[in-house]
Every structure is written in C-alpha cells, then in structure tokens.
Write a protein that binds this ligand. Structure first.
Ligand SMILES: O=C(CO)COP(=O)(O)O
Length: 254
C-alpha cells in the first residue's frame, strides 16, 4: 500500500503524519502489508530520520527523479541522491507529471532505467483519460504505455518494477473505477508481461490500482486477482484512513 502525498505536507507536518501512522498500525500489520509513503522531496530527510530512529516498518520513496546521473540540470533530483536518503521507491510517469510537465513515454522509459541503475524500485504509473475510456480503448492504451515504459529492460529488471494502473478520470474525483474496471486493465497489463517475459516473471510483478481509493472501497479492489495493492492519493494524508486501508485483509476476511 503506497501513499502518494503529492505536493502536500511540509517536513513538520510529515513528522506528525508518520508518527500517527506508526501509532495506528501495529508491527504485525506492518509486516503483513508492505506500507510505503511517497512524500515531497523536502520531507524525505525527516521521514528517514523517523523510520531509522524508531525502526519503523514503513518504506518510503520519492515522487519523481531525473533521468540523468548528475550535472547541470537545475532543479532536478538524481536517483543516487534518493538512494543516499534510504529511499526504496520512486514514482515514475504519474499522470499529473505526464499532463503538467509533458512527460512522454520516452522520458518515462529513461526514468525507469535511471531508477533501476540506482537500485530504486520504480512505481511506474499508466492510465487512460476520460476520452480514451469513453471510446473503450483503455486496454490498448495502457498496454501501449507499459510496453513503451519497459522498452529495453530485461526480465530480471522487469520483476523489480511495480506497476500502478491509475485511470486519470478516477484520480481525485471521487469516481473510483469499479473492481471489474480495475481488474480488466490490471489483467491486461499482466498479460502483456506474460507475452513479454513469460508467466514466472509476470506473476512476480506487483500491480497496484490507484484513483479515489478509500477504506470504504479497498476490499473490493483488493479482491481482484491481478490487483496486488493500491497507490493512494488524498486518503493517504489522513493517518487513520490510510491505516484502515492498510488493514484491508481484515475487511476481506470479515
Ligand atoms: O493519483 C493518485 C495516486 O498517485 C490517486 O489520487 P487519489 O487517491 O487522491 O484519487
């Protein structure tokens, strides 16, 4: 379960949210469900200090990285810098970056390679806009995005990638895809991985769903065979709500 904080919470607020989250989830729950936060860059040192100091079983990562290793790229953050801060994950190709920063498939592919070169796990986002959904082209569109993002990667590298299917029309809108909508595309993405690298590789890759995930709808989404987790935006800013999402196995067995 990964919480994408987007451009919210300064480092003091981050401190508070991590402490509340740690208090809401016991060690068993954090062992059963891998829990990850993805704060703004300026919060990462604070999160690292808390996680290390209190030995919290909470993973963390960044929301973007530069495709370059170092050099004259004003305003950019290199993968090696994130790794040095103990990050395990980095979001790549979020629809907000594709839309507001013109990130295309080629750049997304370069960023995936930069993440892997620095031993960071990419959380690679794909997802269709409303126009594509209305034309019922979501499967082909998302498969195309995934194929382009993974270009040139070996099967060994592909197993290290986490994929997040986030339909743009469901992000921050309160309109969650139905569990069947999520399964349709997540299943098609896994099928592409089978075609590309074989069943054994495809089965090891974790595929997340994202878009208006809340405690109230997580169980239905997680019950789908090709959904292995969630990428949560707004609801991850509320410690108790995010903790409830992370406790989803209890909802499923109930
Ligand atoms: O974009 C998202 C996570 O990356 C989803 O955001 P919301 O959960 O706020 O819809």
């Amino acid at each position: 379960m990964a919480g994408n904080w987007k451009m919210n919470l300064n480092h003091r607020e981050a401190n508070l949210l991590i402490q509340k989250l740690a208090a809401s989830l016991n060690e068993q729950q954090l062992t059963d469900v891998e829990t990850v936060v993805l704060p703004p860059f300026t919060d990462l040192r604070t999160v690292q200090t808390l996680v290390d100091g209190d030995k919290l079983l909470i993973g963390y990562g960044a929301q973007d990285l530069s495709p370059h290793q170092s050099g004259a790229y004003t305003g950019e953050i290199a993968g090696s810098m994130l790794a040095a801060l103990g990050c395990q994950y980095v979001v790549i190709g979020h629809s907000e970056r594709r839309a507001y920063h013109n990130e295309d498939d080629k750049l997304v592919n370069a960023k995936v390679k930069a993440a892997l070169a620095n031993e960071l796990t990419p959380i690679l986002c794909v997802g269709e806009g409303l126009d594509i959904r209305e034309e019922q082209r979501q499967v082909a569109y998302c498969r195309g995005q995934l194929d382009a993002a993974l270009a040139g990667l070996t099967a060994e590298q592909v197993v290290k990638v986490v994929i997040a299917y986030e339909p743009v029309w469901a992000i921050g809108t309160g309109k969650t895809a139905t569990p069947e909508n999520a399964q349709e595309v997540c299943g098609a993405l896994r099928a592409l991985l089978v075609e590309r690298d074989g069943r054994a590789t495809a089965d090891q890759v974790r595929i997340l769903y994202g878009g208006s995930v809340k405690a109230a709808n997580i169980a239905g989404i997680m019950a789908q065979p090709d959904v292995d987790g969630a990428l949560v935006g707004g609801a991850s800013l509320d410690a108790e709500e995010f903790a409830q999402i992370c406790r989803f196995p209890e909802h499923i067995t109930r």
